[in-house]
Design a protein around this ligand. Sequence first.
Ligand SMILES: [Zn+2]
Length: 669
Amino acid sequence: MREKKRTPLSRRAFLKAGVAASAALGLGAAGRFRPKVYGRARSAKKMIVLGLDGMDPVLTKRWIDEERLPAFRKLLLQGGDFRALGTSLPPQTPVAWSNFITGMDPGGHAIFDFIHRDPKAYFPVFSATETSGAAKTIRVGKTVIPLSGGQVRNLRKGKAFWQILEEADVPATIFKMPSNYPPVESRQRTLAGMNTPDLKGSYGIFNFYTNESMSAIQEAGGGGRVHDVYVVGNRVEAELPGPTNSFRTGNPETAIPFKVFIDPQNAAAKIVIQDEEFVLKEKEWSGWKKVCFSLIPTQSVSGICLFYLKEVRPRFKLYISPIHIDPARPALPISTPESYAKELERRFGPYFTKGLPADTSALDNGVLDETEFLELDDMVLEESLAMLEYEMARFDEGLLFFYFSNADQRQHMFWRLTDPGHPAYDEKLAARYGDVIARTYGEMDKALDMALRTADKDTVVVAMSDHGFNTFRRGFNLNTWLLQQGYHRLKKPWKQEESAYFDNTDWSKSRAYGVGLNGLYINERGREGEGTVAPGPDKDNLVREIAQKLEALTDPKTGERAVLKAFVAKDTYHGSNLAMAPDIVLGFNRGYRISWQSPLGGFPREVLEDNTQKWSGDHMSAPEVLPGIVFANRKIAAEAPALHDLTASVLGVFGVDKPKEMIGENVFE
Ligand SMILES: [Zn+2]
């Protein structure tokens, strides 16, 4: 048996990317699939489900009333229905979509948070995937990347609903479902979405080349790399870093050299990289460029990336997007059958394959401004709409699920400009970009319009989201609070603020710790590496005591409670996979969220602090604060449906029995 490694995490940018990705390079696809010719489905019914990440019921309703969402409005006027949709606890994206995929809660599917921890070492780990057999890892900046030669495994438990449909001979196409990387084995057409890494096996690292001093960005950690370059005689020479090369001793990082020739008169430059040669004007995007990293003479890895010439002079600034897996030659498994990703590439050319393609890190670090970020995310949006149209045109039986990331990503980045009470509110920017979120909902309306136009009378159309949204004004330093309350102890208290990954913790005197975005764990004897609290009544009493104190905590700045509800996990979840569950799951109040540093074992000075980042909207509250949406082109019988009920409803539409572990109920009955 080769050793299994949970992938340790890089710091803050990971939390923002919202993409939990660990991967080994050089793998084949998830499995070998025989293309299957489906027999007649058990029901002639058809179903289209649009997954519109992050769409909020209050905002949706408001803009329907203001007649800004004509397709949503039409659906309601023509006998359709609408409910707020109960989200997961916690309402994080991978947790919520896993509820939908399996019809279970985290007790069943075992995804409790973006981040879990290794209880023996207390180390934060990705919750979504596990890389086994990669004998070594390499550190790139603060990111540890497993080397090639291993297998990457999806850690979600339970059957996906399209696997159940497959057993019943109901065909399905599942486009970019989050929490399905690597895609689970299936003969259905599935394309992986969120969690899919970039070519470096990370959540997505941009490269930025400049002769301006940008040390502040280099310090920002994660999300991107800044390269200092010199402009000599109108010429820049630099390298584009690629995946590590496990074929060579020391596993060096691969790189492709490239040259930029700046036009001496005009604001333009010619870029020469491998066989490509192209000219960009200032503020122009390149379109997809293929890059090929050679490992040994017989082995290479292919990727795709976008170039953006931000500025030619007085300063030189060139942005290169994270390197996406090339869908024509995927180095990692991104679809079932393997041919599906390639088929789309033949039809559309190269396309976004990395989990969440919007480069929120580049905006947060000031490498891209608001307009540039939106130009990039508009490419994602246009591509998704084109691919939806393509799938709609050939959709004639079974289920079509189609996912959009834009509303979620833009609400994260632009909420500050709709909330004058936000620490990062900016009046000038608000005048210019305050309408971005409303316009994005309008784009989602176009997707619904397409679905309604495609649907015949037997087609069930559902538009749903995984959670709603709210402002993120104040961050809670859970670990600092545990320290102040005496539940946690540091070896060198005078080095509190330098602590990371609990490297300064005295575990022999600590009783509790926080890891991830909503999780609190007791330092339990027998479970944790240096556990101090006996399981049973001692632990139960401590859990109750901490939960009560958390719910009583008020923010001195606002007088509001930061934690609306502290959920005791074992009283809340169902299923047989509670082993990795936190002991307490924090349900934050409106406006609050975990801070930037606490999730990975940091101890900043203050318990509560202002969030001054552009990442300013979020969804880590108690589930009752931010339900998602469900719209259907027929009546919804259930008064208060939740995500796992939609799973049972999909099976119900096709007359397929739900498995006994599925806790949801058909909302149409
Ligand atoms: Zn989100």
